[in-house]
Design a protein around this ligand. Structure first.
Ligand code: ZN
Length: 595
């Protein structure tokens, strides 16, 4: 048994004093702090916020030797209680670390609880003390003995479980609901008075019920209790999944307003986030890649399957909102076009596969720079399109023996039923078993999957969507998209953020960081100015500033039609005058989207 004590009593210092007590078996004990938090694939080196590490046994200080950046060896006597004390500086406003000020506190165990080598499988207890007046504790960590505000003792069966339950502290709003017989909590910090949190809770409940039904039909899910921790801030967006909870951040303006019936785009996006993180309760927290079983907290955990765990989750997040009636068809198709357009505007899709992008998440996706769009593709967006293309391909197969139509839903349930970590060949086998017939675009499902996951060619989405009653319309991109330059308005001019490989902007010699000052004799201050004065008939003289020097370059006109850096589409219902195969297509859309 390892006992931790975390003190919340000095919030103005942004520090959590922490102690841990353990009975060592030998004459030395090794402790370490994780260098990353599962779900966010970047080495974050949380130990840089650890202060004043010391240890004692029976009042006698122990000698501590630091072994590497996040690991220490403590000399001790066996069999006698050893106490380790330290503080954690907590001023990170994200969902990935720890935060404490006079308004609220939040922590992930990966930031505050040292891991004791040789004891990680034993039960871990944590005592939360010093809760300021008016504050409560919100967490899915099972409590053992707590007061009405949640102050007291919590317990987890091992270290993995201890650090997989984030904790919110403060004078937050709390609502509870039951979804398919399971208790759920919604904890919201920082919302404005006008926010309609009851509506958010009712909509969240619909999402939970749809997802439990998705995975288990009428049976119960594999968790007894689930907690949503939502921190509302001026500007922010994101979430991190955990086994029985999720930590979310949204902007104050994203919340629904009391008395306003229509759901804003921002609120729909927030519901998409809720749906995304809840779907992870199954897909990645329980159905996981072999690389995460178990997690190694000391280094990168590479997997080439984030296209499945993040991409497929991204495909289902909005689809399940549509299925439970929180989106209508036009809104869903607008959201579906987003990843299509994002991938089609990424020249890196022709360079890197989604499997490679998954493996490189640690050094590329989580460390973006001005060349990201040319070098990589997102395993979220392209992964969601692989899911879409597979789902639509399966839906072209005839009904199975039991009368059920093949779909990606069936594949997900087959993978879930395996009850163990999975690899790519498990996905191929599940596709083959679900389909009952060969795929349209390859000899067999394993080959198709390998082509789409390890290849860099564009997916046959236009054809597949058309067969499912969704019309794909190419439309012209904006002038800056066609020129292959991403711009930001900055004081004094337009700043170049990124230049697409092979584009007119690259040919002209533009670089990230350049300030575009004038085109011909006309001053540039905003992207619209470029549109106003750009003459597509001839190369345009452009005046820019780089490192205090003025430079003159010639910007060629963009080519007509789609290019590797610019291909824009809209998705919608087929035009009313389209006839022919239409009925079969609409029947397939009905089966897929329910509309
Ligand atoms: Zn995710």
């Amino acid at each position: 048994m390892i006992d931790y004590r975390i003190d919340v009593g000095q919030p103005h210092t942004h520090r959590f004093p922490v102690s841990l007590t353990v009975r060592p078996a030998g004459d030395a004990l090794e402790v370490s702090l994780p260098v990353w938090i599962p779900g966010s694939y970047l080495i974050r080196e949380f130990q840089r916020h650890l202060l004043g590490l010391q240890a004692e046994q029976g009042g006698e200080p122990c000698i501590i030797e630091q072994l590497d950046k996040a690991r220490w060896r403590i000399a001790c006597r066996p069999g006698k209680a050893l106490t380790v004390r330290y503080e954690v500086y907590a001023h990170d406003t994200s969902v990935r670390a720890a935060f404490l000020d006079t308004r609220r506190g939040f922590f992930n165990g990966t930031s505050v609880f040292l891991r004791v080598e040789g004891h990680t499988e034993s039960p871990h207890r944590a005592q939360i003390v010093g809760l300021p007046k008016g504050w409560s504790v919100g967490t899915a960590l099972p409590s053992v003995k707590v007061d009405s505000r949640g102050q007291g003792w919590y317990q987890a069966q091992d270290y993995d479980a201890l650090v997989d339950h984030p904790v919110e502290l403060g004078p937050f709003w709390r609502g509870t609901f039951t979804a398919r017989g399971v208790a759920h909590e919604l904890i919201v910090s920082g919302a404005a008075e006008w926010a309609d949190l009851d509506r958010l809770m009712a909509d969240t409940r619909r999402i939970c019920e749809a997802q439990i039904t998705f995975w288990h039909g009428r049976r119960k899910p594999p968790f007894q209790r689930y907690v949503f921790l939502l921190n509302v801030v001026e500007d922010g967006y994101g979430g991190l999944e955990h086994r029985d909870s999720t930590a979310l951040i949204c902007a104050r303006k994203d919340l629904p307003r009391r008395g306003v019936a229509a759901a804003s785009d921002a609120y729909q996006t927030l519901l998409g986030l809720v749906s995304h993180e809840y779907f992870h309760t199954w897909n990645v927290k329980r159905l996981k890649p072999t690389a995460f079983a178990p997690y190694d907290y000391t280094r990168e955990n590479h997997t080439d399957m984030l296209w499945f765990f993040e991409g497929f989750t991204s495909y289902y997040d909005d689809l399940l909102l549509l299925r439970c009636g929180l989106l209508d068809l036009p809104a869903y198709l607008k959201l579906l076009a987003k990843p299509v357009n994002q991938v089609l505007a990424t020249p890196g899709r022709q360079v890197q596969s989604v499997a490679q992008a998954s493996f490189d998440a640690w050094t590329r996706y989580y460390r973006p720079d001005e060349n990201t769009a040319n070098a990589t593709v997102s395993y979220y967006t392209k992964g969601s399109l692989v899911a879409l293309a597979l789902d639509l391909s399966l839906r072209l197969c005839p009904a199975l023996d039991d009368g059920r139509a093949p779909s990606l839903d069936g594949v997900m349930k087959r993978l879930w039923a395996l009850g163990r970590p999975i690899n790519e060949s498990d996905v191929a086998t599940a596709l083959q078993a679900e389909a009952g017939c060969g795929p349209r675009h390859a000899a067999d499902w394993g080959t198709l999957l390998a082509d789409w996951v390890h290849g860099t060619q564009d997916l046959p989405l236009k054809e597949l969507l058309d067969l499912h009653g969704v019309h794909w319309t190419d439309k012209a991109g904006s002038l800056t998209q066609q020129l292959g330059v991403r711009l930001q308005e900055a004081p004094g001019g337009l700043k170049v953020q990124a230049v697409m490989h092979g584009s007119p902007a690259e040919q002209a010699g533009l670089s990230a960081g350049d300030e575009l000052l004038a085109i011909g004799d006309w001053r540039l201050r905003k992207p619209d100015d470029l549109v106003q004065f750009f003459d597509r008939k001839a190369p345009q003289p452009l005046l820019l500033c780089r490192d205090q020097q003025l430079m003159r370059v010639s910007l060629p006109p963009p080519p007509e039609g789609p290019t590797p850096w610019c291909h824009t589409v809209t998705l919608g219902q087929p035009p009313a005058d389209s006839t022919g195969a239409g009925d079969a297509h609409l029947r397939r859309r009905q089966a897929w989207l329910g509309h």
